[in-house]
Ligand binder design. Structure first.
Ligand SMILES: Cc1cc2nc3c(=O)[nH]c(=O)nc-3n(C[C@H](O)[C@H](O)[C@H](O)COP(=O)(O)OP(=O)(O)OC[C@H]3O[C@@H](n4cnc5c(N)ncnc54)[C@H](O)[C@@H]3O)c2cc1C
Length: 480
């Protein structure tokens, strides 16, 4: 791949880089997406709340407010096109005192200023009528009717896959460590000495976007990493609430939520704590206690004995509190898409379109490509079939008849498909994010050895070369 020349290089492949890559292929632009990890969606796009935020929260006049307002419907439409599960489950922002109730008025007004009208303030009784497990202490709620839930890593995988199906290249294990100008083109070099060339660079490296900007002499971006810890509960808790239940936001953020996920689990969290490095992804006893206590304040019947896993996501915040999207003042044709903290997931499509407008504005000729196909095959087609259809399908492809992940009911066929489809899964966690194998109650305890064997067969490598999540995370060393 050395010396490959592209029109646009996208550095960092989370949901933002993926959506920008996809949008570029809509115009037939020769695009490369460069990712330091061995897969996509390994940063904030892997570990967040997965909420499609209604748009009442950002300060009016900010880029966040504008892109949130336009982003909600764009995201719903795009997720449907890409066959990514998304649901308009609505949300409640709950007030527990008269003082907090006044804050709901502020949010309501702010929402209207941002152009969001699908809002209503209701009293505690009405809220409990709609959500029977809501706490008796809730005195009022802001009912956000345009809000939803989506699977963030599936969305990322799907956007990157669709970009690749439309001609974009993905290069993983490519940690950008230097960028220089060679004539008109950027020369982008990885830690292991590989180089690509591009006329334009998009910096969508999430928590590391400040570091990437500084490679071209732009020291204007200071990312403040803020960790958020979560507890994820088994599907037996999945119907505890149908809407996403927030508390009145504080200076620290949107507070602890209780929400169903699109896959039928119950999610609680996140905390908010500034951390020294974006790599700080540990979960802590303090964090877990905080999530537990505050979630029970909203929904007292949540049974925390049914927690199946905990995880931490790191937000890319900055001092101003707004997204930083634009051509770098220090380096022409280098576009920063930085400080994309919440509601960045909600805004991913509107951000991608905004970046396209910036590129047009600085001279890139963009004409829609007739061959672009924005649709993506449904990777979950098999589990959506009825029994007769499944039987027919299994006759032609018996691998779909062998259930490997018993918790989630995922077959060998679906796992092999995940390793063959763009962007291909390369390790256990990659298969997990694409198929849900290992996401269930046993968290991969039973199926991991078989998944490992399938990955080894599909990739033509030995089992001892299969990793859990790249790097040195090998699972077995040799045959005894
Ligand atoms: C706790 C939490 C909760 C959130 N909840 C919500 C929510 O409910 N709704 C919502 O709308 N938003 C939410 N967000 C925000 C949302 O998750 C982010 O806005 C979004 O995921 C940002 O995507 P990204 O692509 O910019 O960053 P990332 O997903 O972090 O991707 C950046 C990528 O760049 C790569 N990279 C870094 N350095 C290099 C390098 N040198 N070379 C190559 N690649 C590199 C990384 O490996 C990574 O894959 C939440 C965020 C967090 C952390």
């Amino acid at each position: 791949m050395n010396n490959m020349k592209y029109t646009v290089a996208v550095i960092g492949v989370g949901v933002i880089g993926g959506m920008i890559g996809r949008e570029l292929t809509r115009y037939g632009i020769k695009t490369v997406m460069l990712e330091k990890g061995n897969d996509v969606a390994l940063g904030a796009s892997k570990a967040n709340s997965g909420i499609v935020h209604g748009g009442y929260d950002p300060e009016p006049g900010t880029l966040k407010a504008k892109l949130n307002a336009s982003g909600v419907e764009k995201l719903f439409n795009t997720a449907l096109e890409l066959n990514v599960p998304i649901k308009r489950n609505e949300s409640f922002v709950c007030a527990f005192s008269e003082e907090e109730k006044e804050h709901l008025d502020v949010l309501y007004k702010r929402g209207h200023e941002n152009g969001i009208t699908a809002l209503e303030i209701i009293d505690g009784d009405k809220a409990r009528e709609l959500e029977k497990n809501l706490s008796e202490s809730v005195v009022a709620a802001l009912w956000v009717k345009n809000a939803g839930i989506v699977c963030p890593y599936e969305l990322t995988v799907a956007s990157v896959g669709n970009a690749m199906d439309n001609g974009a290249s993905l290069v993983t294990d490519f940690e950008v460590t230097s960028i220089s100008k060679n004539g008109d083109a950027f020369e982008i070099t990885s830690k292991d000495g590989r180089t690509v060339y591009a006329d334009y660079v998009i910096n969508s490296a999430g928590a590391y976007s400040g570091k990437i900007a500084s490679l071209v002499g732009d020291d204007s971006i200071e990312i403040i990493p803020r960790a958020g810890e979560y507890l994820l509960l088994d599907k037996s808790e999945g119907e505890r609430v149908s809407r996403t239940i927030f508390q009145v936001p504080t200076k620290e953020g949107k507070g602890i939520l209780v929400s169903p996920t699109v896959d039928g689990n119950l999610l609680t969290g996140p905390t908010a704590a500034v951390v020294a490095s974006p790599a700080n992804k540990e979960t802590t006893a303090d964090g877990m206690n905080k999530v537990n206590t505050l979630a029970l304040k909203s929904v007292p019947t949540v049974n925390f004995r049914n927690v199946i896993t905990s995880f931490t996501g790191v937000r890319s915040s900055n001092k101003d509190g707004d997204f930083i999207i634009g051509e770098s003042a220090a380096c022409p044709q280098f576009i920063n898409v930085a400080a994309i903290d919440s509601p960045g997931l909600t805004c991913c499509v509107s951000i991608a379109e905004y970046v396209i407008d910036i590129l047009k504005g600085i001279g890139l000729t963009l004409e829609k490509s007739a061959s672009f196909n924005g649709k993506r095959n449904d990777p979950h087609f098999f589990r959506k079939m009825n029994d007769d259809e499944k039987n027919e399908f299994i006759k032609a492809n018996p691998a779909y008849g062998r259930i490997v992940c018993r918790c989630e009911g995922i077959s060998e066929g679906e796992m092999r498909y995940a390793v063959r489809t763009n962007p291909p899964a390369r390790d256990l966690d990659g298969v997990k994010r694409r198929t849900r194998a290992g996401m269930g109650r046993c968290q991969g305890g039973f199926c991991s050895p078989t998944v490992m064997k399938l990955i080894a067969e599909e990739r033509g490598i030995g089992k001892e070369q299969v990793t859990k999540n790249g790097g040195g995370s090998y699972i077995v060393t040799e045959k005894l």
